[in-house]
Design a protein around this ligand. Structure first.
Ligand code: FMN
Length: 247
């Protein structure tokens, strides 16, 4: 499936989406293959190519992909803050660094092993974004029983769209959740009721990890899917009763 960018679609900032006509496209085997390949090749990246940049048109496309995410009651509670000021970037890095230390303390005996892992690429990445939850607009549709969770899930859907679009553009993206949300909100002058959800490092990389970096570094192994699909009752896999212990 090809995407046509014309001067008209680019004129309006961040308006260059897939043309709406693509909605009725019947996707081919090749299209499906491409989508699954992108999903398979997406990685959480913490290493970025030095001195690289993301051009504005590409940034616009991936943000538009994020903005096309589903959201509860069409609430669209996502906001993206693009950090352009280098001093601000340094302050964000500091916030993450102190939370990284606190995480190491909280991990106890695995703390020093944790500190050997690279958990962010804030200083090196070409683009630094903060994905945030907007103040609650009172949407009730779909949110009566779990209002904050459903708004947060909607923001996460947008981030995942962004992540996959970035990978399709051959850009790495890393999600950082190690920060004090109140401190980051204050730093970015966010309004009461809003919440930073993710710090996103995005940019060209030299190579993509071939597997989750936490697996490559021996921190943790992911579960195979068949262990996480249950039949009728919790824990009932085709191979027996599953315990929740880490492999
Ligand atoms: C909600 C969320 C928060 C995360 N926070 C961090 C983080 O603070 N630092 C980090 O290095 N990775 C973070 N990650 C990335 C995960 O470690 C990563 O997705 C996981 O190890 C699987 O690797 P993969 O994304 O390459 O498949 C986060 C991912 C998610 C979805």
């Amino acid at each position: 499936m090809s995407m046509t960018l014309t001067p008209a679609t680019l004129a309006e900032p961040f308006a260059c989406a897939l043309p709406r006509a693509s909605v009725s496209v019947h996707f081919s085997e090749q299209d499906r293959h491409s989508l699954y390949s992108i999903i398979d090749a997406r990685r959480d990246m913490r290493h970025f190519a030095a001195g690289a940049q993301v051009d504005e048109e590409t940034l616009a496309r991936v943000l538009q992909a994020a903005h096309q995410a589903p959201s509860v009651g069409l609430m669209q509670p996502w906001r993206f803050i693009r950090i352009r000021d280098e001093n601000l970037r340094a302050c964000v890095a500091e916030l993450v660094s102190s939370e990284r230390d606190a995480t190491a303390d909280a991990l106890g005996e695995r703390g020093s092993e944790f500190l050997r892992l690279k958990v962010e690429g804030i200083r090196e990445c070409a683009e630094l974004l903060v994905a945030a939850l907007a103040p609650d607009d009172g949407t009730v549709f779909g949110r009566r029983t779990m209002p904050e969770e459903m708004a947060l899930c909607s923001v996460a859907c947008a981030i995942q769209n962004l992540w996959l679009a970035a990978r399709a553009e051959n850009l790495g993206l890393g999600w950082i959740s190690m920060f004090n949300p109140a401190a980051l909100a204050q730093l970015l002058k966010m309004p009461p009721g809003s919440k930073p959800v993710a710090i996103l490092c995005m940019g060209p990389v030299d190579t993509f990890y071939s597997a989750p970096m936490l697996e490559q570094e021996g921190w943790r192994q992911g579960w195979p899917l068949h262990e996480l699909v249950f039949h009728d009752n919790w824990g009932n896999t085709l191979t027996g009763q599953r315990s929740e212990e880490q492999p």
